[in-house]
Ligand binder design. Structure first.
Ligand code: PPS
Length: 296
């Protein structure tokens, strides 16, 4: 990407009490009025929590047997449109979702639970939520913000870490996001709440749990094939998912498929930053029943 093509970084804005940038609010009314269908599956996450990984797995689970050429010819952003996004000169996620002709439609969103379009709830849609521990999430988001010009200027790591702790990043507070989705699960049973760390630890087990939730019963061979295809190094090489053509991303600064590990935070946090983070975390998560692992 040349300097001239770089889109202007948008400022962070407060929108209904949550931080966003305009690329995630410009299409707000259309997104809110999105007409979900009963068999749509929403893949919801806080950014950098394993969305692409789980989207890829679910897409293969549904379509690899019936349409094996799909994942070789159709970019993942069309197979699993990102509902919320609207970047100038690119089709909006909502338009891409409307164009999907296969069923079930798989739809990605980073929206906090209170902003999910009401048609998903009205139609009793299945929702897969993926969460990742806050420390690795912050590190991954920092590197993503350095290379993605749809994100506000991240500043240096210390500055970014403070912004993350205070929810001053696009999609707001990680703490609110994971907890409010967790609370919604208690009243809306059709949410499957997954953890990135569990997928790293044992992806076969997690794929089986996912299948159980989705009502799928693939063969052991299919699971093994999907597990292999979804390994970090394989996904990183896959031209249909690597976002190389996404205009806002300069992957020379940091690749989208960066490390794919649990515990990379240890290479970023100073001892003091870690202590302060833990103290703040304890406060913010004191009423939470969620248990995150920062190593596996
Ligand atoms: S986004 O932009 O919010 O949709 O990003 P998201 O896909 O949620 O998260 C990106 C991080 O997930 C890692 N990733 C993987 N890890 C392990 N295995 C596989 N297959 C895999 N695919 C994606 C990706 O590398 C990002 O994490 P970091 O820590 O930055 O490497």
């Amino acid at each position: 990407m040349s300097q001239l093509e770089k889109p202007q970084r948008p400022p962070l804005i407060d929108f209904h009490g949550v931080c966003f940038s305009r690329y995630f609010t410009d299409n707000w009314n259309n997104v809110q009025n999105f007409k979900a269908r009963p068999d749509d599956i929403l893949i919801a996450t806080y950014p950098k929590s394993g969305t692409t990984w789980v989207s890829f797995i679910i897409d293969l689970l549904y379509f690899d047997q019936t349409c094996p050429e799909r994942h070789l010819t159709v970019p993942l952003i069309q197979r699993v449109p990102f509902l919320d996004i609207a970047v100038p000169s690119q089709p909006s996620g909502k338009d891409l979702a409307d164009q999907v002709r296969t069923a079930p439609r798989l739809i990605k969103s980073h929206l906090p639970v209170q902003f999910v379009p009401k048609s998903f709830w009205e139609n009793n849609c299945k929702i897969v939520y993926v969460a990742r521990n806050a420390k690795d999430c912050a590190v991954s988001y920092y590197h993503f913000a350095r290379m993605d010009y749809a994100q506000p200027e991240p500043g240096d790591w210390a500055t970014y870490l403070n912004s993350f702790k205070n929810g001053k990043v696009v999609y707001g507070s990680w703490y609110d996001h994971v907890n409010n989705w967790g609370k919604r699960k208690q009243t809306y049973p059709k949410i499957h709440y997954m953890f990135y760390e569990n997928l790293i630890e044992d992806s076969s087990r997690e794929i089986l749990r996912l299948c159980d939730f989705l009502g799928l019963s693939p063969s052991t061979e299919e699971i093994d094939k999907i597990k292999a295809a979804a390994m970090f190094d394989n996904m990183k090489q896959d031209k249909m998912i690597s976002f190389f053509t996404t205009k806002t991303m300069d992957q020379r600064l940091s690749p989208f498929f960066r490390k794919g590990k649990v515990g990379d935070w240890k290479n970023h946090f100073t001892v003091a930053q870690n202590e302060e983070f833990d103290e703040d975390y304890k406060q913010k998560m004191k009423d939470s029943s969620l248990a995150f692992r920062t190593e596996v």
